[in-house]
Design a binder for this molecule. Structure first.
Ligand code: SF4
Length: 226
């Protein structure tokens, strides 16, 4: 893929991953608010533990911005205990719910009408929301085309020789924003596929034999040479 233009390279990787794994159905959640809650709770947590915390919140009738605002933070912390850092995460959920109420009257459609980059800047001002979390929220529940960067993306694309492994989030994100169609469905599916691939095959110790990207991957070529 040495001389292939970057847009074609990225779409080739996308097509291969989609062909191998199929649609991932992200982001899991019954409501837009549940998706946003998941984006906060998944910080430094395995998804299985996040699911348990979400089950707890739903069981307690706490899966709405209004319910979160009205709940003592100590009670919320007990509900999200399985996701780890539960005191901090309870405070983050309270801050998110306050923001959603004050700024958008808990109305997703009002958020959708915002310019996504302006919305992103506002989310980044909310306690506990960083770039990856804000982009998860804008891409999935809001449905605007913003590419999410995480450690899995960095690992896979540095091994493919398309990006450096390190670098500021914005520079990394620009590689995808500048070379992919502005299509939220495609970007959401691509991010999910990358995470699935990195968690199952392109792990810290990758399983390159049989990888669907092997013939376009310089790292895989080196590792399977002998
Ligand atoms: S060939 Fe190996 S290093 Fe390359 S993407 Fe596949 S698993 Fe990762």
């Amino acid at each position: 893929m040495g001389d292939t233009p970057l847009p074609e390279k990225l779409l080739d990787v996308y097509g291969r991953l989609l062909g191998r794994y199929g649609p991932q159905g992200w982001w899991p959640g019954d409501t837009w608010f549940e998706m946003m809650v998941g984006a906060v709770l998944t910080q430094a947590a395995a998804w299985g533990n996040v699911e348990q915390a979400i089950v707890n919140m739903k069981g307690a009738g706490a899966m709405s911005p209004r319910a979160v605002r009205g709940m003592p933070v100590e009670r919320l912390a007990k509900l999200v205990y399985p996701s780890g850092y539960y005191n901090a995460k309870a405070r983050k959920l309270k801050a998110l719910a306050e923001f959603l109420g004050n700024r958008f009257n808990d109305d997703l459609e009002a958020m959708k009408r915002e310019d996504p980059w302006a919305l992103r800047a506002e989310l980044l001002d909310v306690h506990g929301i960083g770039e990856e979390t804000a982009d998860d929220m804008i891409l999935y529940p809001v449905g605007s085309p913003i590419f999410v960067i995480d450690s899995y993306t960095r690992r896979v694309f540095s091994r493919l020789g398309i990006t450096p492994e390190k670098g500021p989030y914005s520079a990394y994100q620009a590689i995808f924003m500048d070379n992919l169609p502005a299509d939220a469905e495609l970007m959401g599916e691509f991010h999910a596929l990358i995470d699935h691939h990195a968690a199952s095959i392109c792990r810290p110790e990758p399983s390159c034999h049989g990888c669907c990207l092997l013939d376009v991957c310089p790292t895989g070529a080196r590792r399977t040479r002998n």
